[in-house]
Write a protein that binds this ligand. Structure first.
Ligand code: TPP
Ligand code: MG
Length: 370
């Protein structure tokens, strides 16, 4: 109510005078009420849902902490973009959708398949470049795929997955299913023409697709404010008359609810939704990033709203799980990660001749030969 009385300019002035930058960010975008609803909030979901959120986000976190260490030991090479801090984006969307829905994302792509149930060993093996990896060791960190989980990658070219995400949704409509596609992209991707072309066609054809901008504030070292005149990115969808909303994506419940609503719209035949997930990555862009574009204080502010700790607090405060049950989950996740590393370590490297397999060939072009 306070915020409906005051204009945006006054709002920001008051914020900068009285409040911390973290809170200011959420209030500026009208989400203060929601963002304070953490551990004290009502229990809205089942025990199983909280359990799943906690376990799946913890697996994402621990898996990537390990991947970061292994990178330091040069077991993992090349690029490696960690999702640490952003886990609620994947976990909340996964719990809101159905098994047959289609997924696509950019190169920060280890956590989503982990949440969808891809074998952590196969993902770790892919990071190692081993033949048992999800992409037979040929894709590495940025190209995790899992057809069995309807996870269509893992794409390194910024924005390239957006028209493909649209196509995945279009295919479902064409085949007459009730499935949809969900297409994740970073804030940097919305400056690509492909984003705008895809939004236009998605709304024109009422395609069952959910576009998600994971706005973590930065594209490499460039902040949204330095690269975009419109910095409330969900507003970009409004020019295509797409229902478009900001979401506090440090909170898994908020993510779940927003995606659930978007999915209902898509399955009813009303077409796309654009969601701007306001999130944050704790680590650098990739593995070598001096992070001169932000302060340590800024990172710490976001850690105070950590998505996993928010769920843990809800679970503990409301006695959804016992201390012992929480410890069991932590031990299970630790073992899953250790097993994944062992599997990757012991797996064979691809053979030289494998370089000529799974590539486009003339005789059955455009299909990939097994
Ligand atoms: C077409 C294209 N241009 C430039 C790059 C180099 N590049 C790699 S990641 C990146 C930043 C993208 O940032 P964002 O979309 O916000 O995703 P985030 O890394 O924050 O998840 C850039 C410019 C690229 N991969 N593709
Ligand atoms: Mg970004």
């Amino acid at each position: 109510m306070f915020f409906t009385i005051f204009g945006k300019g006054l709002k920001i002035a008051l914020i900068s005078l009285y409040l911390s930058p973290k809170l200011a960010y959420f209030i500026e975008y009208g989400m203060a009420k929601k963002s304070s609803s953490t551990s004290k909030s009502k229990v809205k979901y089942s025990k199983e849902t909280y359990h799943n959120w906690f376990e799946s986000m913890l697996l994402m976190r621990r898996f990537e902490e390990k991947a970061g260490q292994l990178y330091g030991q040069q077991k993992i090479r090349g690029f490696c973009h960690l999702y640490i801090g952003q886990e609620a984006c994947a976990a909340g969307a996964i719990s809101a959708l159905e098994k047959e829905d289609k997924w696509i994302t950019a190169y920060r792509c280890h956590a989503t398949p982990l949440g969808l149930g891809t074998d952590p060993g196969a993902i770790m093996a892919e990071l190692f470049g081993k033949a048992t990896g999800t992409t037979k060791g040929k894709g590495g960190s940025m190209h995790i795929f899992d057809k069995s989980k309807n996870f269509a990658g893992g794409h390194a070219i910024v924005g390239a997955q957006i028209p493909m995400g649209l196509g995945l949704g279009f295919a479902e409509k064409y085949k007459g299913t009730k499935n949809l596609s969900i297409c994740f992209m970073g804030d940097g991707a919305v400056r690509q023409g492909a984003f705008h072309e895809s939004l236009n066609l998605a709304m024109l054809y009422k395609t069952p697709v959910i576009f998600v901008i994971e706005n973590n504030g930065y594209a490499m070292g460039t902040s949204v404010k330095r690269s975009s005149n419109v910095d409330e990115l969900y507003k970009l969808g409004e020019s295509y008359e797409i229902p478009s909303f900001p979401v506090d994506a440090m909170n898994v419940e908020e993510v779940h609810e927003a995606v659930k609503e978007a999915a209902e719209r898509a399955r009813k035949g009303d077409g796309p939704t654009l969601l701007e997930f306001r999130t944050y990555r704790y680590k650098g862009h990739s593995m070598s990033d001096p992070q001169k574009y932000r302060t340590k204080e800024e990172v710490e502010e976001y850690k105070q709203r950590d998505p996993i700790e928010q769920v843990r607090a809800t679970i503990v405060d409301n006695q959804i799980l016992t201390e012992d049950e929480i410890k069991e989950i932590e031990a299970k996740v630790k073992k899953q990660v250790a097993d994944a590393v062992k599997f990757a370590e012991e797996s064979p490297w691809p053979e030289g001749e494998d370089a000529f397999k799974d590539v486009y060939m003339e005789d059955d072009y455009p299909f990939v030969r097994e």
